[in-house]
Ligand binder design. Structure first.
Ligand SMILES: [Zn+2]
Length: 445
């Protein structure tokens, strides 16, 4: 009899536990975090109220919730409690020490760039918006210092830059003649201008995008510390540019205008993530990659119907590297590239009313106007907060050969946004908002 009662009570407890909130994040009861906050995301039952370390948690009408907890150094015990169940999470906060390396100066050494598309940076940091050019394999450099994982590149009397140590090899060949300037050429077409400049060796360059023109600079520091060649190419309001360097040492800088009719535009649509890469996981346990693909498909059909030549980077739930996505865009001669995503926040302080909405990212200045246009039309179409147009160094939007943006339609980890993006009409509406932004941008005089 007593045994039966115990079984009954135990099964009652089990039933109550099963019918209670579920946590999506943290994924494990024990976790390690390298920041000041731990992030809790999940879904509760309709009748449930949840507290985390005795602080009340906002729960959206669909049960979604998200909450951040400030951490102290070392182990933190965090109690997640509802009227049905209590769970204890242990989060260990790691303190990350940023070691500062001194600059070490040395006599100039010659080196060669190992790979194409190697970033040349303003600062010795592998992050952020500090790139001033992307060098080609075999480019001849002079190095005159180091700091941490970077070498300092001597470009001219007034200009140095930084390159990752792993991206160069010291050039121990016999001292050869410095590069010689051969010739320079300008050609103008209806929608493009092309400048070429030729040397006897591959030399480093930088690019500066100013209000009216793009300035490419080629440096020949072995010849003299003041040997800098400026190529100023005027630009239109909607433009893109490419840089090529052939094996003889001839640069071709091309600035071209975006077609002003959508029927002449090739638009590459990139559904973010896919396959094993799920993207962000929402409060309700839904996967970003699936929603991205639905939006991308709807967007493709709207833009094709409007007459654009549309290419999709993926049409299935499959793996695709960032490089694959960039190559698809380049091979298809993209004019516009749009990567479709939903956002999430990391382990930062969460504000339900602030960490939500639509944001659009761009890398090159030529893409800022499209980013603004999409943010405006998308947030008004789906009713999200405007979370901003921001610069970011994401690999898929770094190429300057096309106008490129990365759209974060809403936040997967925001309970209020989760009510929006789980609507059955969401993908269609988000696509309509993005399409409107693109079309307005192309047709703007
Ligand atoms: Zn994403």
């Amino acid at each position: 009899m007593r045994k039966g009662l115990i079984v009954f009570i135990l099964s009652l407890i089990f039933a109550l536990q099963a019918n209670s909130y579920e946590l999506i994040l943290p994924a494990d009861k024990k976790s390690i975090v390298n920041s000041d906050y731990a992030f809790f995301v999940g879904k509760a039952l309709g009748s449930e109220s949840v507290t985390i370390n005795d602080e009340g948690v906002y729960i959206a009408p669909n049960g979604a919730f998200a909450h951040s907890v400030k951490l102290k150094d070392g182990e933190n015990r965090i109690m997640v409690r509802s009227n049905y169940c209590t769970k204890i999470y242990k989060v260990y906060k790691n303190t990350v020490l940023n070691k500062e390396f001194p600059i070490e100066e040395f006599d100039t050494k010659r080196a060669l760039v190992n790979f194409d598309n190697t970033p040349l940076r303003k600062t010795p940091v592998d992050a952020g918006l500090n790139r001033i050019g992307h060098l080609f394999a075999g480019t001849h450099l002079l190095l005159d210092g180091s700091k941490g994982d970077f070498y300092r590149v001597f470009l001219s009397k007034n200009k140095t830059a930084w390159i990752a140590k792993k991206d160069v090899t010291f050039d121990d060949s016999e001292i050869t003649e410095p590069a010689k300037f051969l010739n320079m050429n300008t050609k103008s077409f209806k929608n493009a201008s092309v400048q070429t400049i030729s040397f006897t060796k591959k030399l480093p360059y930088t690019v500066e995008d100013t209000d009216k023109e793009i300035i490419f600079r080629v440096y020949n520091p072995e010849y003299s510390a003041e040997s800098v060649y400026n190529l100023n190419i005027p630009k239109q309001e909607k433009y893109m540019y490419s840089v090529m360097l052939n094996d003889n040492g001839e640069y071709t800088f091309k600035v071209r205008q975006l077609p002003d009719n959508i029927k002449d535009c090739t638009i590459v649509i990139d559904a973010g993530h896919g396959g094993e890469e799920l993207g962000a996981i929402g409060c309700l346990g839904d996967e970003e990659k699936t929603i991205n693909l639905k939006i991308a498909q709807e967007l493709a059909s709207i833009l094709s119907n409007a007459g654009a030549n549309v290419v999709m980077t993926r049409e299935c739930d499959c793996n695709l590297s960032l490089n694959d996505r960039v190559n698809i865009a380049k091979e298809n001669g993209a004019d516009i590239f749009v990567s479709v995503h939903l956002n999430s926040i990391g382990n930062v302080k969460m504000n339900v009313h602030k960490n939500r909405g639509t944001s659009v990212f761009y890398f090159n200045k030529n893409s800022e106007m499209l980013a603004k246009s999409i943010e405006r039309s998308l947030s008004s179409q789906i009713g999200t907060r405007k979370d901003g147009v921001k610069g970011a160094s994401f690999a898929v939007i770094r190429p300057s050969e096309y106008v490129a943006v990365l759209v974060e339609a809403a936040y997967m980890t925001n309970p209020l946004d989760s009510v929006l993006y789980t609507k059955p009409t969401f993908a269609k509406e988000a696509a309509a908002g993005i399409a409107k932004g693109i079309i307005n941008y192309i047709s703007k005089k």
